[in-house]
Design a protein around this ligand. Sequence first.
Ligand code: ATP
Length: 147
Amino acid sequence: EEVEIVSLCRQVARNFSQTSNRIVQVIAKPEEVIYETDANRFEQVLIILVDNALKYSETDVTVSIEVVEEVLMIRVQDQGIGIPKQDIPHVFERFYRVDPSRTRSTGGSGLGLSIAKSIVDSLGGRIAIESEVGVGTTVNISFLIKF
Ligand code: ATP
């Protein structure tokens, strides 16, 4: 189905802003991006990434959407606790959690990112993570746009 990605991202951001009392900002360039995908699964990935960004940080979260040449890129960025270098290669594994004690009591199961990766794979995209302890984390998902 044809999905307008920017409004989908804004909707997810609005829902989190309302329920978490935190600011989830969306920056889009261009303001409208039509992409052929599965809206529900796409939304599920965003929910996992924004939920993590809020869970592991205390400041605003930014979702940026960009089309560069033929690639649609969506970044979910936080300025939170970050992930140690040695853990980064493992965070997409099922049940992998960097340090359960870092998370609030509501903490997770270590499944979110593995589910996000399998959905992104099934949608034909890529997922990558950049992180630095004490600086923050950026998860990047990208999709090739076929014109
Ligand atoms: P859930 O299944 O509820 O998402 P989770 O957050 O523990 O639980 P994942 O989403 O798979 O599981 O993330 C795996 C681990 O990667 C987390 O336990 C956390 O340590 C680390 N992590 C994920 N996202 C971030 C982030 N934005 N900032 C810092 N650490 C993160």
